[in-house]
Write a protein that binds this ligand. Sequence first.
Ligand code: ZN
Length: 370
Amino acid sequence: MPRQLAASWGHVLSLLALQFLVVAVTAYGALSDDVLRNITVNEADFDIHNGGLLAPLLIPRVPGTPGQAKAQEHLASFFRTQLPKWNITWQNSTATTPATGTKQVPFANLIARKEPPWTKPGQANYLTLVAHYDSKMKPDGFIGATDSAVPCAILLHVARFIDEYMTRMHDEMIALGELGGTVPMDMGVQILLLDGEEAFVAWTATDSLYGARSLAAEWETSMNPAMSIYKTPLEQISMFVLLDLLGTAGPTVPSYFQTTHWAYQGMASVEKRMRNLGLLESTPAQSFLPEADKGPNLFGSAGVQDDHIPFITRGVPTLHLIPSPFPVGIWHTMNDDGAHLDPATVRDWAKIVTAFTMEWLDMMELFPEQ
Ligand SMILES: [Zn+2]
């Protein structure tokens, strides 16, 4: 499947006629080696003890408890203080759970967006980077370092790293008079930090995915202004990239969906190139993303139940970054804490997802001499 064209953004649409109904449009373009070398991670941001992006999330974060409020404050204050120009909204809902009787438990999804300044409501398409910030109620004191404190911290890192590049890109496009109207010109990024992913008692269709189910339903029925390019916020999601259970050593993440395998291949290529350039710190037995060459007849229908379900069932293209097997001896146990993380793997994921995001946004255009 041809999937990319080297194109000045705004001048060429690269059309991907994916199988059946899905038609995605992107300007995905590889970054040069030099640009990959510039993608760095500050170790302090992922220190498990002090400050930064990760440590404040290494607490129990059960919906309806003070830990939930502390996590929300960390996420909100990050954007308020470090990325004040990003558009921040909370999408709220309540639900009863099998563990909490008739009490309405509050769930709040944080939506952080940056889009080109010329886009009107309903015009931008969003690369949508997603993780859940809640933690599982049992066992008592469960931290959920991989599940999903680390993925949340990685997404904060990505947002901050790409921010100035996005601004430069938009400024240059304005200077060139490229004021939108095509899919590659109107690309934005939104970070979804979802609440209530975990079951309170045992995973069922109603005891799980509280935040994601509420958000997908709301976005399916919220109408953008008449004549908008995209009728609903759901349609504005160009790709739903979901990170989960990341941060332990030696993860292997399969390619789950044939329709988005081209994006998986893009990220796998980023990993391979960064490894070959000596830019990654971890030394796993095999790649994090080992299935770039997976044949079309090898995709099964079985995915993993996670926050993408309410979106993918509504037709949203999804790239699911979750290891198989889940972290052995860690998943849903008290071992899923800061001490069981592999810091090199955590930082490598941050670099890989950052580079993928920059390729998605075709940021190589910012470095014409390279
Ligand atoms: Zn979990």
